[in-house]
Design a protein around this ligand. Structure first.
Ligand SMILES: Nc1ncnc2c1ncn2[C@@H]1O[C@H](COP(=O)(O)OP(=O)(O)OP(=O)(O)O)[C@@H](O)[C@H]1O
Ligand SMILES: [Mg+2]
Length: 292
């Protein structure tokens, strides 16, 4: 299914400069596989999602370490997008969806069940923002896209909005390219620039967690490299979950990788371990290209 048709306005905040790590240097390797996993920002327990009679995911347990990148991998239809959308309750936009289990997001210093009655979905999607596979800027100017979220959350002061826009565009490594044409239509940007604009839009509301569903799938290698560089910087401030079909991308950008198959989480481990020494034969088959 295409997620880009849903355009819930949620995106987010700040980081530092994109550095080009040598491609062979995985983030996982750089951090050291023996380092303890940071405490989780999100804790998922026994999570199942069905669409009518169709299984989305079943019984998933997974912790998403804070200020870190977690990659979700697995063949088409295995439930990666379903899992991702469960983290900010976006599956509920589809008719006939049933969700069970727990998704606990650390919020005001404690874990809160986002499926508990009374959860404010606008606030949830501010904290847990999303970037889609295809850039989906609103048909507005560049700056209007970025300040859409802050405005919606009540910021009216023009100076504050301008500040928020600059900060988010800098974080998304787009500021230098657009600072002289902030009022130009977003549609006039290149695809790679539009995707960074969507990341800026997500960051402008200062989320804690940013969900990215194949964010570079529609981009050329140079734009892909820019987004990957960006992820390294953003993970200093944000908890990031990225779905990717590229094992190389997972290795380059993530510390932790989770492998899904037929709606189940087969294995989750430090990325280097997953790529070189997975515990489960099915993971091994997938990462060595022998799957199927
Ligand atoms: N909106 C929906 N309505 C009905 N079924 C859905 C919907 N979204 C996903 N599914 C089903 O749930 C299962 C998991 O799909 P999902 O989109 O989560 O997989 P995926 O791993 O993201 O696949 P891909 O790599 O192709 O994006 C599939 O059987 C799919 O057909
Ligand atoms: Mg998907």
């Amino acid at each position: 299914m295409t997620t880009e048709t849903m355009s819930l306005p949620t995106m987010v905040p700040p980081a530092r400069e994109a550095t080009s790590a040598a491609p062979e240097t995985t983030r996982a390797a750089a951090r050291g596989e023996t380092d303890p996993e940071p405490q989780p920002a999100v804790r998922v327990r026994d999570l199942s999602v069905t669409y009518g009679t169709t299984l989305g995911i079943k019984g998933v347990d997974l912790d998403l370490p804070e200020r870190s990148v977690t990659a979700l991998i697995g063949p088409s239809g295995c439930g990666k997008s379903t899992f991702l959308r469960a983290l900010n309750r976006m599956n509920e936009l589809f008719p006939g969806v049933a969700t069970s289990g727990e998704v606990l997001v650390r919020w005001d210093g404690r874990f809160q069940d986002i499926y508990a009655p009374g959860v404010d979905l606008v606030e949830l999607r501010k904290r847990v923002g999303m970037v889609f596979q295809r850039p989906n800027p609103f048909p507005k100017s560049i700056v209007e896209n970025v300040i859409y979220g802050p405005r919606r959350h009540g910021v009216t002061d023009r100076a504050l909005l301008a500040e928020a826009a600059e900060e988010a565009l800098r974080q998304a490594a787009l500021w230098d390219e657009v600072k002289d044409k902030l009022n130009a239509p977003a549609a006039a940007l290149s695809g790679g620039q539009q995707q960074r604009l969507c990341i800026a839009r997500a960051l402008a509301v200062r989320p804690d967690v940013v969900l990215m569903d194949e964010p570079t799938a529609s981009l050329d290698p140079i734009s892909t490299g820019k987004i990957e560089d960006l992820l390294g910087k953003l993970s200093k401030d944000y908890t990031i979950v990225i779905v990717t079909h590229s094992l190389q991308q997972a290795a380059r950008v993530s510390e932790k990788t989770a492998f899904f198959l037929n709606g189940e989480l087969v294995e989750a481990a430090p990325t280097l371990q997953m790529m070189t020494n997975p515990r489960d034969r099915r993971t091994e088959n997938y990462v060595t290209g022998r799957f199927g």
